[in-house]
Write a protein of this length. Structure first.
Length: 244
């Protein structure tokens, strides 16, 4: 699994990382509310299979992170805390936490609890119906792997179809290159690997062949990745990353 750990206590974070019982799992550590802002406010959060979040951070609150994430993601999330009453734990669960673990805890137990909620979440996920995918005036049939517009048809490769599926699943939100690499290319992102960029460029070229204006719906988000817009007006929404 790819796991996001938001924990400011250096000793606790190192203990979790070094004692994690599954060697193949990857844990990314962020140690403050400020550090995790971009991740929790974008589709980048969906790169991870699950998250472990400390309730008490030096510059923020784990509950606020939970509420922010739940506005646009169903990622399995476990809260950890050294303090808390039955009432506060119930509040966290009501806000969308999948589990709540009190410190001190066994890392093995924490891993088991996260694995359980990830497995449960995976069994409940569903794919967006392929027939609903459009890029401006261009229709996309992911099942048949084709783009269609004005009586013209262009084929899609499997990777192009997977990229469009992931972008459409997060429509209107920025998808990081790490997220696209994981869910479309099935491998960890390497900044030196330009596969995602090359295939997005090919998708733009194919969309442009069918309808030049529809290319505007497939946007680059500088420093992050790419985004599939619902409408070109979304490009002018306040407080969004600079686009090109």
């Amino acid at each position: 699994m790819d796991i996001l750990l938001i924990e400011d206590d250096d000793l606790v974070a190192k203990t979790i990382i070094h004692c994690w019982p599954v060697p193949g799992d990857n844990i990314r550590l962020l140690s403050s509310y400020k550090q995790c802002l971009r991740t929790i406010h974008s589709a980048e959060i969906d790169f991870f299979d699950g998250a472990i979040v400390d309730v008490n951070l030096p510059d923020g609150n784990g509950l606020e992170i939970l509420r922010t994430v739940r506005r646009h993601s169903a990622i399995p999330l476990v809260l950890i805390s050294g303090t808390g009453s039955p009432e506060s734990r119930a509040t966290a669960l009501d806000a969308g936490a999948d589990d709540y673990v009190m410190k001190p805890f066994s890392v093995r137990e924490l891993q088991a609890r996260l694995t359980r909620v990830v497995a449960k979440s995976g069994s409940m996920r569903f794919d967006i119906p392929p027939g609903e995918l459009t890029i401006g005036s261009v229709n996309c049939d992911l099942a048949r792997r084709v783009l269609m517009c004005g009586g013209k048809t262009l084929p899609l490769t499997d990777l192009e179809a997977r990229l469009l599926s992931e972008l459409n699943r997060n429509r209107g939100r920025a998808c990081s290159k790490s997220q696209l690499s994981k869910h479309a290319c099935f491998r960890e992102y390497n900044p030196g690997d330009k596969t995602v960029d090359v295939y997005i460029s090919r998708l733009r070229r194919k969309v442009g062949e069918l309808d030049s204006k529809s290319v505007e719906y497939l946007q680059t988000v500088r420093g992050v990745g790419y985004r599939l817009l619902t409408s070109v007006e979304s490009n002018r929404a306040p407080h969004t990353p600079t686009l090109k």
